[in-house]
Write a protein that binds this ligand. Sequence first.
Ligand SMILES: CC1=C(CCC(=O)O)c2cc3nc(cc4[nH]c(cc5[nH]c(cc1n2)c(C)c5CCC(=O)O)c(CCC(=O)O)c4C)C(CCC(=O)O)=C3C
Ligand SMILES: [Fe+2]
Length: 310
Amino acid sequence: MSNRVGVLVMSYGTPESMDGIEEYYTHIRRGNAPTPELLAELSGRYEAVVGGVFPLRENTNRQVAGLQAVLDNTQPGRYVCYQGLKHARPYIEDGVSNMAADGIRQAIGIVLAPHYSTMSVGGYVLRAKERADELGIQMTFVESYHLHPKLIEALVDRVQTAIAPFNKEEPIKVLFSAHSLPVKIREVNDPYESQLLETSSAVAEAAGVKDWQFTWQSAGRTRDPWLGPDILETLKEVSSAGYKQVLAAPVGFVSDHLEVLYDLDIEAQAAAKGLDMKLARIQMLNTDPLYMETLAESVIAKDLWTQEIE
Ligand SMILES: CC1=C(CCC(=O)O)c2cc3nc(cc4[nH]c(cc5[nH]c(cc1n2)c(C)c5CCC(=O)O)c(CCC(=O)O)c4C)C(CCC(=O)O)=C3C
Ligand SMILES: [Fe+2]
């Protein structure tokens, strides 16, 4: 038995190679294989971004290693990180089983996404909790950290850096964005939208940005209506209002994911070009030290709280 605390670091997951896309997409679609058209379309997006080589996963590995390093510095020997992915191996359940195999009895889960939704973080938590209950691991979760001062500081730095080269004599629109979700989340009073607006306004205020709006991106390909407006529509609107300079700040994502590298850097960029607008985007957090500290402090705070109620 181990008195160390397991830290299950969860994220969406990305395929390991072009060959893995079909299995990955089938998992996202709850076991229903995609049509050849859908598969070709998704493969095309990955091909455009990674050209057949997959560095996206290494990003997550580096984030987990970065978090482990901060935790080791703060409380040597207390925490040991494991990975658990929603739609790729090692799956969330594998991560929990790996902890149990190492004799871990207490664990904390955290997701590499700052905002809580029943459809995102809520799903990760349910899956981890179910396996932890089966294996007798006592597990608690960091549900969101969207206003952590160090997260906000890191995002403010990135907005200020990315906006610096713009022409300050002309209007600049900052577009904060996040992954859309089906409109039906509103029926359950989901905190996702309000948390995203809170992050956006905290960053805008601290960065001295007055001209901003929030918009959605990367809506799924289902018949359900998804939250809008989508960034492609918003770009048209902003262009009609006379703007020539736009900064995209996808605060709902923390890594260089397909949604950023394709949906923004290729698709939205082409749309902006067609509208004769300059579009830049903030750098993603990836292993930014302030982000690593945000994760570590959120885990430690949850650990203290868990000990408190025992
Ligand atoms: C809320 C949310 C986040 C942010 C929070 C979090 O991170 O959890 C997120 C992140 C991500 N989503 C990702 C990839 C994909 N998501 C898809 C589809 C979907 N996402 C959804 C939700 C979210 N997704 C939903 C409700 C669907 C429809 C599923 C259905 O049909 O029921 C599809 C299918 C094709 C398509 O629709 O585009 C893909 C390929 C990648 C990895 C990309 C890479 O490899 O870097 C990442 C980080
Ligand atoms: Fe997704």
